[in-house]
Design a protein around this ligand. Sequence first.
Ligand code: NI
Ligand code: MN
Length: 233
Amino acid sequence: MILNGIQLTWLGHASFRIETPAGKTIYVDPWVMGNPMCPEREKTVAKADALFCTHGHQDHIGDAVAITRQHQPVIVGIYELCAWLQKKGAEQISPMNKGGTQTVAGVKVTMVHADHSCGILDGNEIVYGGEAVGYVMEFENGVKIYHAGDTNVFGDMAIIRDLYAPEIVMLPIGDLFTMSPREAAYACKLLTPKFVIPMHFGTFPPLTGRPDELQKLAPKVKVIEMTPGVTIS
Ligand code: NI
Ligand code: MN
């Protein structure tokens, strides 16, 4: 692909481990231990410099608390989610909100909109977790990756293209809780990336969308079907 020194590993669902060209380890939506698609050897986290959390649902921050207690990474998330993780023991929170940009672990990270919900299941209660978001990550080598989080397609993806022009986009395609390939194909029309990495499918039987359906509906982009645990660079 065009990763130029970035090591990218899909852990299944919306979870990615990214090694930056400078050797920092970032987890986007850390859900490994309970994630049925995550390979056994990835269920132990050896190093984490930063966690980028898109929203508070269990299938996205399922292991954020455990990883935080073990490695104290910098937590990037919307304000309310960071405050919740701080209560759970996070010592290095770096909260932000939509439209904001900050540099964490050498990555220029911009928080963007997502069309989804964001309650956090805390014991038997659902607490307010702010809003669901996506991230545009610009690495030291200039490569820009957009992780859309959980979302439906929305017209302002055109603004994300105009302002940040990410070459690589990670889009949910599973259906039911997020977009299906139909909406994701429309998202590709708005975002015009070079490469699309489908995510949030196949984890459970109801998440029925598949990468080949997206490729058929969006013939102009290259759909990269990753295998959980296999690193691309
Ligand atoms: Ni969700
Ligand atoms: Mn989800």
